[in-house]
Structure formats: structure tokens, C-alpha cells
Design a protein around this ligand. Structure first.
Ligand SMILES: Cc1cc2nc3c(=O)[nH]c(=O)nc-3n(C[C@H](O)[C@H](O)[C@H](O)COP(=O)(O)OP(=O)(O)OC[C@H]3O[C@@H](n4cnc5c(N)ncnc54)[C@H](O)[C@@H]3O)c2cc1C
Length: 503
């Protein structure tokens, strides 16, 4: 029997997971995976400068949780069985697995790391998430702090049904704490007030919020004395590929090709022509030349705002077209800054190479500063730097609209702006910048605003196309993280293998 043809749009986590699952579990399918970019990994790619992996587009931290994703990751990267370079130099006792890989000698390695997230506000680094302990009280004045404590307690007792993202945060932290710390941060991230964002917000996605259990533990700390940062630091166990998140996806792509899948880079899926409630033909452009292919199945991780208008000859109500055209997104701008050293002092007592701050992620809660988050790659993987003892690689995350002045600046202007902002925090000295690089991604953050309230009509329309499965962040219009995107790819493969989709 001839193999069925599956076309997968997008070589990000969702598309690659679907491709690998289909190819590794059966030999019934002929798979072609296309990506309009010439990279592997989508938003989770590793970024190379001078041929060396130095950053990813955002944090892309791996947290234990989803067993299927963990088992999947282990097929491509082996957990560390020996200490990494920083552990060796600092003589640290680290978690390793018996029979694991030696990161000093092997490359396909998943490292165990001590993840630390803090937030920057009023010139200092604070425990993330913000809660009320002595340091907060000292800075806020006792009356403000007492007010926050009361508002926090009130929110815990009198929870209201959350309709907006603002309700969701107020339920967790109380109105006063929300107003002091989160309100402005969320607005710079999403571009609108959290009160305008519908609640389809999943607390595990995108910006990690503490679980309720952790909040309870923190409640006990209200007004307790915290003399030193060190005891109070909340490290979490995270894992991270030796060469950044994208290394996992590059390994998956290699295996997909070994199993016979084709990966077409620089190939844009332009139109989906239907016949009898099925996508029959895919029109694509590659190197400026158009082509077409007939498909049995389509798995698409393209943003719905682009995908739906590209579907032809399958009766599209005007309301569905309108909803798709009015879906809203935020673009992403990442600035990688290579520094000689940082001005921020490591006063935590936690040992690091070059004694830099031990943070992996820093949330910037300073309202006048546009920057949202900072990654410190040295602490995620020291192998992402040529010399982790004498240089620091920072990833700066900005979000903006496509018509914002910021997005329309050229890369040099963006880099200058970012360096100036970062220097204004006191975390760096501008004169110690060695190199800066700018990355951009359109439609990186699907928003739950605009026509999102009508998305169910659009999803019902798409579910009528018998051989289509929409996956991932773009295909689900959801702020999925890497695991969630991969999970949606697994589910698409399950549906095709179980003949739950009509091929
Ligand atoms: C700044 C930032 C920080 C993040 N931090 C984390 C984190 O710490 N942890 C975490 O788990 N997740 C994080 N995420 C989320 C993570 O990046 C995404 O969940 C994941 O990459 C989504 O995978 P995907 O395959 O659904 O989509 P994407 O990664 O967006 O991949 C989709 C691919 O489809 C291609 N494509 C789209 N349309 C077409 C078309 N018509 N034709 C051909 N190709 C097309 C695109 O080029 C892209 O490569 C972060 C995201 C951002 C933006």
C-alpha cells in the first residue's frame, strides 16, 4: 500500500514532535516538514554567533513535570552523569545519573541546573514571586506593607470568579501586591492592561507563576526576618541542554531525517486548497519559486491569523475570516549581550564562576523600563560561552506590536536602546559590553484579546476539515510553553495513527 503523505507546517517543538512520533511508531507515512525560516526549533531555537551556540530566543527553561515530554527528551539528549565545567572548577556536589553522559567530553547532554528566578525592582534583586517579607516591608514603609498583607489575606479568603487576567492575579496575590508589582509588568508584556485580557490564561504557561502550595509556604513568612538572601533563595531543579533549548530540537530533526522524513527549510506554506471538506493541495514557495503537493494529512503550527485566511474552497463564514484577521499577537525582540563582567554583585553566598549573580532568569518589574526579562546563560549552561569565567552572556526579552516604534527601529538602534536601559538599572556597565546581537520573531505571543472571544467559531470551522490538525502555540492560539507545544504534536500523531483523523 502506498504511504500516506503528511505535510507538517513548522519545524518548532510542535511540528518536530509530531513528525518524530509518526515516523518512529509506524512506517505508514511519508513525512515532509517545512519551515519558512532556515532554522530548526521555531521560537525555541538556539542562536549561533560566529558559529557558536550562545543564546536562545527566550528563557526556555526545562522543568520536570510532563512525563511524556521528559521521556521524549531522553531519547535525544542523555542526562549528565559527570559534573559540568563550572561544577568541577567550583568543586560543587551536583546531581548526576548513573551511566549518564560526561558534559566535558560529550555534546548530546542534558544538564541538571540550579534554577533561580528573581525580580529586579528599585535597584535590587528580590525573590520571585514578590511576597511580603522583611525586605519588602523595609522598602515599602510599614503602612503600605500592612495594607498589602491585608489585601493579600482578603484575596485568599474572598476569591472571585476570574474573568480577566487581572482577576486571576488579584485572586493569587491581593490587589495591593498586584498593583505594586505585576500590573505594569503585565502591561509591558501584553501591550494592554491585564483587565482587558480574558482568563484563558493557564498559570503554567509562558511566565511561570508559583503554585498555590508555594504561596501557602510564603504566607507563613509574612513579616518574618530574612537577614541574608542566601537562606531565602528558592532554587528549583531545572534541566537544560548543553547548547541551549534548540539543541533538543536539532537532535529531533536529525532523527526525523534518519527515519526518512524530509525537512524543507526556507519553505513557506502559502495556501491550502480544499476539496470535499479536506485539504487536497498545499501551495508553497521555496526560494521564490511556487510549487504544489497533494496531501493526505496536514499538521499545521502556523499562526491561526495567517492559516485561516490561507484556506481556500472550504466554505468560510465571514465571521470566521473576520475573527482570524483580528486575532492579536505580540512580536518578540531578543537582544543577546556579551559582557566582560556584571556590575551586579553576588551577595548570595552561592558559588558561581567569576562570582556572577546565580540567577537564571530575572523579571524586570521596573515600570519605566521596557525590558521584560533577562536570562543569564552562564548559569543555564556554561558551555554556551567560550570563556564562562571571563565573560557573561545575557538574553534580554522585549515584546512589542508590529506597528510599534520599537519594532521598527533597526537592529543597531535596538541594541543601543537595550544596552542603555540595562545600564540604567546598574546591573551592567555599558563600557563592558563586548558584543550585541538582535533577534526578532513575529507573532511570538498569541493574545487573549481582540477577536479571541469568538475563537470557538473559528475552531469549529477548522474541525470540519477532516484531514487537518492544528498544533502548537500558533495553531492553537494559546500561550503554550515548549512542553505544551510538544504535547500537542504528540496528540496530533496519536490521532493520525489511531485513525481519529480522516486521511
Ligand atoms: C521570549 C520567549 C520565552 C519563552 N520561554 C519559554 C520557557 O522558558 N519555557 C518554555 O517551555 N517555553 C518558553 N517559550 C515558549 C516556546 O518558545 C514555545 O512554546 C514553543 O517554541 C512553541 O512551539 P511551536 O512549535 O508551537 O511554535 P514555534 O516555536 O513558533 O514554531 C513554529 C514554526 O512554524 C514556522 N511557520 C509558521 N508559519 C509557517 C508557514 N506558513 N510556512 C512554513 N513555516 C511556518 C515558523 O517559522 C516556526 O519555526 C518562550 C517563548 C518566547 C517567545
Amino acid at each position: 500500500m502506498p504511504k500516506k503523505k503528511v505535510f507538517i507546517i513548522g519545524a518548532g517543538p510542535a511540528g518536530l514532535s509530531a513528525a518524530y512520533e509518526l515516523l518512529s511508531r509506524t512506517d505508514e507515512f511519508n513525512i515532509a516538514l517545512m519551515d519558512k525560516s532556515d532554522c530548526i526549533g521555531g521560537l525555541s531555537k538556539t542562536v549561533y554567533y560566529s558559529g557558536k551556540p550562545r543564546a536562545t530566543l527566550g528563557g526556555h527553561i526545562f522543568r520536570p513535570g510532563n512525563e511524556r515530554f521528559l521521556a521524549f527528551s531522553k531519547k535525544f539528549l542523555t542526562f549528565q552523569g559527570r559534573p559540568a565545567i563550572d561544577d568541577l572548577l567550583l568543586d560543587k556536589n551536583v546531581k548526576t545519573v548513573r551511566g549518564g553522559a560526561d558534559p566535558q567530553r560529550e555534546d548530546s547532554v542534558m544538564l541538571f541546573r540550579d534554577g533561580l528566578s528573581r525580580f529586579f525592582r528599585k535597584g535590587s534583586l528580590w525573590d520571585y514571586p514578590p511576597t511580603l517579607h522583611l525586605r519588602t516591608v523595609e522598602t515599602l514603609k510599614i503602612t503600605e506593607a500592612a495594607f498589602m498583607g491585608l489585601s493579600f489575606a482578603k484575596a485568599r479568603i474572598m476569591r472571585k470568579t476570574p474573568h480577566t487576567l487581572e482577576d486571576f492575579y488579584i485572586n493569587r496575590y491581593g490587589k495591593a501586591l498586584y498593583g505594586e508589582f505585576y500590573k505594569d509588568y503585565l502591561e509591558k508584556l501584553y501591550g494592554v492592561s491585564a483587565s482587558e485580557i480574558l482568563t484563558d490564561y493557564d498559570s503554567r504557561k509562558f511566565i511561570s507563576l508559583p503554585e498555590p502550595g508555594r504561596i501557602k509556604a510564603k504566607e507563613k513568612e509574612l513579616l518574618t526576618v530574612v537577614p541574608e538572601f542566601r537562606e531565602d533563595l528558592q532554587f528549583e531543579e531545572i534541566y537544560y541542554p548543553k547548547f541551549g533549548a534548540g539543541q533538543l530540537w536539532e537532535r529531533v530533526a536529525e532523527e526525523v531525517e534518519k527515519l526518512g522524513g524530509r525537512i524543507l527549510k526556507g519553505c513557506y506554506a502559502e495556501k491550502f486548497i480544499c476539496e470535499n471538506s479536506r485539504i487536497k493541495t498545499l501551495i508553497y514557495t521555496e526560494g521564490g519559486v511556487s510549487g504544489s503537493m497533494d496531501a493526505d494529512y496536514i499538521i499545521s503550527s502556523a499562526p491561526l491569523g495567517e492559516f485561516v485566511p490561507a484556506v481556500e474552497d472550504y466554505k468560510k463564514p465571514e465571521s470566521v475570516q473576520r475573527t482570524a484577521e483580528k486575532l492579536q499577537y505580540r512580536n518578540f525582540v531578543g537582544v543577546n549581550v556579551l559582557m566582560k563582567s556584571l556590575e551586579a554583585q553576588n551577595i548570595t553566598g552561592f558559588p558561581t564562576l567569576g562570582n556572577i549573580i546565580p540567577d537564571s532568569l530575572i523579571y524586570v518589574f521596573e515600570p519605566e523600563i521596557n525590558l521584560c526579562r533577562i536570562q543569564v546563560y552562564n548559569n543555564l549552561s556554561p558551555y554556551m560561552l567560550n570563556n564562562p569565567q571571563r565573560s557573561v552572556s545575557l538574553g534580554l526579552e522585549y515584546f512589542c506590536g508590529g506597528d510599534d516604534g520599537f519594532w521598527n527601529l533597526n537592529d543597531g538602534e535596538i541594541a543601543e536602546f537595550a544596552a542603555a536601559e540595562l545600564a540604567s538599572t546598574g546591573l551592567i556597565d555599558r563600557r563592558k559590553v563586548l558584543e550585541m546581537n538582535v533577534e526578532r520573531a513575529e507573532k511570538a505571543l498569541p493574545l487573549y484579546t481582540g477577536s479571541y472571544a469568538d475563537i470557538s467559531g473559528l475552531k469549529t470551522y477548522l474541525s470540519g476539515i477532516e484531514n487537518l490538525c492544528c498544533v502548537g502555540r500558533g495553531g492553537r492560539h494559546s500561550q503554550l510553553d515548549m512542553e505544551g507545544a510538544a504535547q500537542s504534536g504528540f496528540e496530533a500523531a496519536d490521532r493520525i495513527i489511531n485513525s481519529d483523523l480522516q486521511g
